[in-house]
Design a protein around this ligand. Structure first.
Ligand code: PAN
Ligand code: ZN
Length: 181
């Protein structure tokens, strides 16, 4: 039988996608540092689209999905995914860079690590580690993720404090700004 396929240059699955979901500016209340800049953007502005392949929601199963994170900024802050812990904290994940250049932000026990993401990059996200993609580039950032079907997403845990760093525009590049509690 024919396997599923992914176009490596675009990160698009050529067939078999179960479900595609786009997150817009309006859905990410309180996520970006500059509230006024966030308010000024049309609520329907797309930030990222995730295409997921089907798998049964059972112990032992794996989900895989591609995230397409568009380029742009809210004020000085680059577009990013909401970011999460897995509900099942002990469950890990792999990310693979497909297109564009960006950052994977990992946070475990308050410690932040940034890994550059690029076509061919391979990222292990250990258990108990919150993760977020950031796109400080000028093109779409696409990454393939593979994670346990039972992992779940916990967005709540990061709502109060958020991540310890924000990625802000700095001239033509970016800088990581450490957040103080
Ligand atoms: C990814 C993320 C995806 C979107 O598939 O879910 O990049 O990010 P948020 O879920 O933080 O909005 C993944 O890490 N799955 O476990
Ligand atoms: Zn995840």
């Amino acid at each position: 039988r024919m396997p599923r396929q992914i176009d490596l240059a675009s990160g698009q699955f050529t067939a078999g996608v179960l479900h595609e979901h786009t997150t817009t500016v309006g859905m990410l209340t309180g996520l970006f540092a500059d509230q006024a800049a966030w308010q000024a953007l049309p609520a329907g502005t797309p930030l990222y689209t995730v295409a997921i392949l089907p798998a049964p929601q059972q112990e032992g199963e794996l989900l895989s999905g591609v995230t397409h994170l568009y380029p742009g900024r809210v004020g000085r802050e680059f577009y990013m995914t909401r970011g999460h812990f897995h509900q099942r904290r002990e469950q890990a994940e792999y990310y693979f860079g497909l297109r564009g250049r960006g950052l994977l932000l990992l946070q475990q026990a308050g410690q932040c690590v940034l890994e550059p993401l690029f076509p061919g990059s391979v990222h292990y996200i250990p258990p108990f580690t919150a993760h977020r993609l950031i796109n400080p580039g000028s093109g779409t950032l696409s990454a393939l993720a593979v994670w346990p079907a039972t992992a779940g997403h916990d967005y709540q845990a990061l709502q109060a404090q958020g991540f310890g760093v924000r990625i802000m525009a700095d001239g033509d590049g970016w800088q990581a700004e450490v957040q103080h509690a």
